[in-house]
Design a protein around this ligand. Structure first.
Ligand code: AMP
Length: 219
């Protein structure tokens, strides 16, 4: 088994990257590194970084490459990331993918999993998505937790993310096509891309990812 299991999980917003990363993180005992989660935590804490990025995120725009690259660099230095990591929401541009290669050196990305889901389906998923502000649990607008506004997991407030509102969704998906979709070629030319149908049950998607990792002798 190779030293580090660094996996990139690609896919449109709402493709199920976060859900799958949480499961895979437990299975492989490597951290789920979501730049969106790191940035949201900074906004919540009211730090300088949080104040800098809040309005950019609410509008569904991208924060600068330089900033997210620095955050990921810091995260990779933490002890729990020494066996690898599941990258969710990063890289999102070619500049970020190149910086990631430089950062990881020889023990780089082992596989890039592309969760493929039609735009109409992710739009529907995102507009009905509600999240717990405390623990990050994800609900649908028809779930009791969304209707009552209270998370059954931790008692936190269940809300709709500002960037899950229609205008921001449209912007985020357009940015995905423009800036992130080219990464599919980037990883395909390196022989690292596996595309998985994200329109299956979460269990089936997890099984397909684990199989792809296993088939390459990575774990
Ligand atoms: P996500 O939860 O991955 O959809 O990220 C939420 C928001 O955080 C995005 O809409 C961006 O504003 C910002 N963000 C997260 N990751 C990145 C990234 N790799 N590059 C630039 N902006 C990012």
């Amino acid at each position: 088994m190779s030293a580090r299991l660094n996996l990139v999980i690609l896919g449109k917003q709402g493709a199920g990257k976060g859900t799958q990363c949480k499961r895979l993180s437990e299975h492989y005992a490597i951290p789920h590194v979501s730049t969106g989660d790191i940035l949201r935590a900074a906004v919540k804490s009211g730090s300088d970084l949080g104040r800098e990025v809040a309005s950019i995120m609410d509008a569904g725009a991208l924060v600068s490459d330089e900033l997210v690259i620095r955050l990921v660099d810091e995260r990779f230095k933490q002890p729990d990331a020494q066996r690898g990591a599941l990258l969710d929401g990063f890289p999102r541009t070619l500049a970020q993918a190149e910086a990631l290669e430089a950062l990881l050196g020889d023990d780089g990305i082992k596989l890039c999993i592309n969760l493929e889901v039609a735009t109409s389906l992710v739009t529907e998923r995102l507009s009905s998505r509600r999240v717990c502000q405390e623990c990050g649990a994800i609900y649908k607008d028809t779930d009791i937790e969304a209707i009552s506004g209270t998370c059954s997991n931790c008692g936190g407030d269940v809300i709709q993310r500002k960037d899950d509102q229609p205008e921001a969704i449209e912007k985020r998906l357009a940015l995905y096509e423009r800036d992130t979709a080219p990464l599919l070629d980037f990883y395909a030319t390196r022989g690292l891309l596996v595309t998985i149908d994200g329109d299956q049950s979460p269990d089936d998607v997890t099984r397909a990812i684990e199989l792809a990792v296993h088939e390459r002798g990575l774990a």
